[in-house]
Design a protein around this ligand. Structure first.
Ligand code: NAP
Ligand code: GDD
Length: 327
């Protein structure tokens, strides 16, 4: 039985990856942070068909190198997925040092824990399309230069190059997945797609009248999270370690998402959307559109769920109250 260790197991991607690996027969170990209330709601959504007896949670933190070292040593994982992060871009402007510590140095601590414990574990790093920032070419692929525009993106660039450096200097089987935005009913409520879908469902049911948003002109390449976690796993099953862009190849504005979500329930968005400066960022990433041809060619990976289907999955989950996965 293969063993996987996941940081960020309680997050959107962590919960889908856990479900995916348990279905494949893995023993899954996850690192969780101590908090005053024990909330693991995303792990509660895991399909009842999956054998939860092979799931183990351990306290640890990316800011605590000693906990990482001990866990890698004790568990002896075959694969390590580093998904843990302060992942909110706008909030990274409020807490830049914390974000750099967890997302940047945290990755280095984990890489060093693997190296120090002489582990042969394969390593996956959750890199981000935010690293392209002020984009130099469109669409963006593995060769597109980075121009990060937030403390979050700067930390992710640091972690990305540390991962490549451990591969090149110390021979770690380490891969970076440069994932474009991916969403689901399990998305955090303060990311724009989930915020819109939840708000629209509440307006439709009469619970509220308005939602307040920031920049509607930004364009994103939005995919479906359960498909993206499969790409993470595929990267670690190859003969050689490499880096891959994972995306849909489509780009849509926030305004298009808003219009489509309100139209889904037969409402006119202009009557229900307000602007608030507080949801804008000091520097914005205006346009993201990924070129996933390398992943298609080498991993045989392709997205099936695109903009319209993604919106329908998320709206249905909000309207019915069922945070279902469709894989
Ligand atoms: P998410 O839902 O925000 O989950 C983040 C996870 O990291 C949570 O489990 C969180 O734990 C954990 N975490 C936060 N601080 C930590 C710390 N100090 N030590 C250990 N764990 C910590 O994020 P996601 O959407 O699943 O994304 C997964 C990863 O992919 C992140 O690294 C993100 O930056 C990256 N990424 C995401 C996207 C996307 O569109 N979703 C695209 C590209 C890259 P709590 O539950 O305790 O908060
Ligand atoms: N969150 C949020 N809230 N974003 C808003 C709002 C709002 O009220 N109004 C407009 N937006 C715009 C943001 O300015 C941004 O241009 C876009 O909606 C998407 O914002 P988010 O959903 O917060 O995602 P993100 O693109 O900043 O970051 C996500 O994707 C990255 C990959 O490109 C996160 O998941 C990152 O962790 C990930 O790396």
């Amino acid at each position: 039985m293969k063993k996987a260790l996941i940081t960020g197991i309680s997050g959107q991607d962590g919960s889908y990856l856990t479900e995916f690996l348990l279905k494949k027969g893995y023993e899954v170990h996850g690192i969780v942070r101590r908090s005053s209330t024990v909330v693991r709601s995303r792990l509660d959504f895991i399909s009842p068909e999956v054998n939860r007896q092979n799931l183990f949670l351990h306290y640890g933190d990316l800011s605590d190198g000693s906990s990482l070292f001990k866990l890698v040593n004790r568990i002896k994982p075959d694969e390590v997925y580093n998904l843990g992060a302060q992942s909110h871009v706008r909030i990274s402007f409020d807490i830049p040092l914390y974000t750099a510590d967890v997302d940047g140095l945290g990755t280095l601590r984990l890489l060093d824990a693997i190296r120090d414990s002489h582990s042969q574990a394969k390593f996956y790093q959750a890199s981000s399309s935010e690293m392209f920032g002020l984009v130099q070419t469109t669409p963006q692929n593995e060769s597109t230069p980075f121009h990060p525009r937030s403390p979050y993106a700067c930390a992710k660039v640091f972690a990305h190059y540390q991962t490549i450096n451990y591969r090149e200097s110390h021979g770690l089987f380490a891969c970076c997945g440069i994932l474009f935005n991916h969403e689901s009913p399990r998305r955090g409520e303060n990311f724009v797609t989930r915020k819109i879908c939840k708000g629209v469902a509440e307006i439709k049911s009469g619970k509220r009248q308005k939602i307040t948003l920031g920049n509607l002109d930004a364009r994103r390449d939005w995919g479906y999270a359960p498909e993206y976690v499969e790409a993470m796993w595929l990267m670690l099953q190859q003969q050689t370690a490499d880096d891959y862009v994972i995306a849909t190849g489509e780009t849509h504005s926030v305004k298009e998402f808003v219009e489509a979500a309100f139209a889904y329930v037969g409402l006119n968005w202009q009557e229900h959307v307000e602007f608030d400066q507080k949801y804008t960022r000091p520097a914005e990433v205006d346009l993201l559109q990924g070129d996933y041809s390398k992943a298609k060619q080498k991993l045989g990976w392709e997205p099936k769920v695109k903009f319209k289907d993604l919106l329908a999955i998320m709206m249905e989950a909000e309207l019915t109250g069922e945070p279902v996965s469709r894989l």
